[in-house]
Design a protein around this ligand. Structure first.
Ligand code: SAH
Length: 348
């Protein structure tokens, strides 16, 4: 059985290499190929002897070289690209590359499926299958990094399928790895973790004392509506979530982003906008309004442009920092879980 080495620290890699009779310096070389050059095939690592390449191939595998890309979609404006990846155990996850004017961001999945059961979201249609490992999360970033070389991914958002706070160790492990000077050397300020409001995870992240951006999927500010949309609200009521997020913001001096999907006739009234303003007034908060991507399975519609504008204006009148999310990749169903759900329905 070959050993998987992707995501190992330089020290761990060295141990593995020495154990199969390779010289220590080979570990440093391979490490550099993997994480500085995004080259994942041993045969392409030019400074390694043929004999050692054979030893490497006989003993080790490198996750990104193993992954099968099931489908690859590009949006019509070419700014968004989505991959559906088949993992070693046959499960699939999706990952999205976005080209902004300030650089490339990757939206990674943290779980196969999701257990949270949010009514508007396609990821949770069949529950959570399993957590992703840190290596599988890092791999999503590096696959795209290899595709855009010599440019580099500069931001990571943990906003794909899954609830990152229920896979905390692997998610944080992946982000810490990407922060290393000898990998992408990505600033924590360029990383965002989005949660539906799992308070213990928010508290752990506060303890972590790293300046990762926190996003909260709020989506409603009436208790019954939020519970209907997001069952997690029963265990972690949203006012408590806002309180925990505010502590996070105060501890790190960072603003929290509140995501709010606008769903026609559900959470889009002027009253909702006023209530939302009341909750977030004087908080370190900004609001990202997301006109719903319709999910055919759920019958959710997007409000009219007038309704959306009105909602934004009420927030702005109340001095809440708010924007309407620039839509990317709508034509490739780039919203959370939509691609995998479609693929599983086999009608793509
Ligand atoms: N579980 C985490 C991260 C994954 S969901 C969380 O809840 O934050 C991340 C985001 O996907 C949601 O906040 C929402 O912005 C987006 N999303 C999911 N379904 C959507 C839909 N139907 N339309 C628009 N955005 C959606």
């Amino acid at each position: 059985m070959k050993k998987e080495i992707f995501g190992l620290t330089p020290e761990a890699l060295q141990q593995e290499f020495v154990a199969v009779g390779l010289k220590k310096f080979r570990a440093a070389q391979v490490y550099q190929w993997l994480y500085k050059k995004s080259v994942f095939k041993f045969a392409d690592m030019h400074n390694i002897s043929k004999a050692d390449i054979a030893v490497l191939e006989e003993n080790f595998t490198v996750l990104p070289a193993q992954i099968k890309i099931l489908t690859r979609w590009q949006s019509s404006d070419n700014l968004t690209e989505k991959l559906l990846l088949e993992l070693a155990d046959g499960n699939s996850v999706e990952t999205v590359l976005m080209h902004h004017d300030y650089g490339y961001s990757v939206c990674v999945s943290s779980q196969v499926g999701c257990a949270m059961g949010c009514a508007f979201c396609a990821s949770g249609l069949n529950g959570c299958v399993r957590n992703l490992t840190a290596a599988e999360i890092i791999m999503q970033v590096y696959l795209f990094n290899a595709m855009i070389a010599p440019q580099q991914v500069s931001r990571v958002v943990v906003m794909g399928s899954g609830e990152p706070m229920l896979n905390y160790d692997e998610v944080l492990g992946a982000l810490k790895f990407l922060h290393r000077e000898d990998t992408l050397f990505m600033s924590y300020r360029n990383m965002t973790v989005s949660t539906c409001g799992v308070i213990p995870g928010i508290e752990r992240l506060t303890q972590e004392a790293v300046p990762i951006n926190l996003a909260i999927s709020l989506h409603a500010v009436k208790n019954d509506v939020r519970t209907e949309l997001m069952p997690v609200n029963k265990g972690y009521p949203f006012p408590d979530v806002i309180a925990a997020a505010e502590k996070y913001a105060q501890a790190g001096g960072r603003q929290v982003t509140y995501e709010y999907i606008l769903i026609k006739d559900k959470n889009d009234t002027p009253e909702d906008a006023q209530l939302l303003s009341n909750y977030l007034k004087f908080k370190h908060a900004s609001v990202n309004l997301i006109p719903a991507n319709p999910v055919p399975e759920k019958g959710f519609e997007r409000p009219s442009a007038k309704r959306i504008e009105g909602f934004l204006r009420t927030l702005q009148k109340n001095k809440i920092n708010a924007t309407i999310r620039k839509e990317m990749g709508k034509d490739i169903n780039a919203a959370c879980g939509q691609l995998r759900a479609k693929f599983n329905r086999r009608d793509v």
